[in-house]
Design a binder for this molecule. Structure first.
Ligand SMILES: Nc1nc2c(ncn2[C@@H]2O[C@H](COP(=O)(O)OP(=O)(O)O)[C@@H](O)[C@H]2O)c(=O)[nH]1
Ligand SMILES: [Mg+2]
Length: 274
């Protein structure tokens, strides 16, 4: 699968992120727990360097529980603390705040430690900030390195959070990664072929959990295109005029229901064993 992103905009953002990082003690790298490898930006390691880092595995409500535990253990072996979260329900927020506080250590020279969130689009950075800031006490105002409109917000007693996240481009050079980002909703609709993504998703579902499509749509197993046409027929999604199945709308239904968890909880990136 091919994917596209806005390189100009992202290149500028990366410069801004690099600048902001100079003022930060702890980085919260936000990833999607369904795709813990595919949702990481490959430049993060270089950008963050030796700073303390916490990996926020968000959207855990949509990921397979056992796989999330395996990934979390893997990150720990890599020397990064991982926190499992569901930002939309506020789950794990206390643990995340505590982890930042602990990793930031004591105040240095009377100043609270500073943290910022980083990650590719749609992993839930804004949702996490909203939840963390709800726990906030005071806004500390503009400081050097903070673009107009951004500010540090004090969370708890020992750290301050930048109230806007750093957004980095997703990985788009590997067709499997593009597929996994497309079906989890990290890419904009125009950046990939929806029918192709849905066909690949149907193939995946038929091999991983063959009963799911039959239970949800009443379609018998078969070729991905046949299943897609069957879903269109079952949902009354027919093209105007000829009355033939509308595979594009059927693809949109499957993608949207997969993303919202209505087809079950899935982790698309298998956890490394070592
Ligand atoms: N199911 C689920 N959805 C989430 C979670 N966190 C964020 N979302 C949804 O994912 C989408 C992107 O979230 P947003 O915070 O805007 O991501 P950002 O682009 O990284 O800032 C929104 O529709 C959120 O409601 C979560 O933990 N679980
Ligand atoms: Mg956002």
């Amino acid at each position: 699968m091919k994917g596209q992103w806005y390189p100009g905009h992202m290149a500028r953002t990366k410069r801004v992120v690099k600048d902001l990082l100079k003022h930060v003690d702890v980085v919260i790298e936000v990833i999607d727990a369904r795709v813990p490898a595919s949702s990481r930006n490959p430049d993060v390691d270089a950008l963050v360097g030796g700073k303390r880092r916490i990996i926020a595995m968000n959207k855990a409500d949509l990921a397979a529980v056992a796989e999330t535990a395996r990934w979390s253990a893997f990150f720990a072996r890599q020397g990064h603390q991982a926190v499992v979260l569901t930002a939309t329900e506020g789950k794990g927020i206390h643990e995340l705040a505590a982890a930042v506080q602990a990793s930031a250590g004591a105040r240095a020279g009377g100043r609270a430690r500073r943290a910022m969130l980083l990650g590719i689009p749609n992993v839930g950075k804004s949702s996490l900030i909203n939840r963390l800031v709800r726990r906030a006490k005071t806004r500390t105002g503009a400081l050097p390195g903070v673009t107009r409109g951004q500010q540090w917000v004090r969370v708890g007693s020992a750290f301050e959070l930048l109230d806007l996240p750093g957004t980095l481009p997703p990985r788009l050079n590997d067709p499997d990664v593009v597929f996994r980002l497309a079906v989890t909703g990290a890419l904009e609709a125009g950046a990939f072929d929806e029918v192709e993504a849905a066909r690949k998703l149907i193939e995946y579902l038929q091999s991983e959990r063959p009963e799911v499509l039959q239970e949800r749509y009443g379609v018998a197993p078969g070729s991905p295109q046949g299943v897609l046409d069957g879903i269109a027929a079952a949902r009354g999604l027919l093209r105007a005029g000829g009355g033939t199945p509308d595979a594009t709308r059927a693809a949109q239904v499957v993608l949207s229901e997969f993303r919202s968890g209505r087809l079950g909880r899935f982790t698309l990136d298998p956890a490394p064993s070592a």
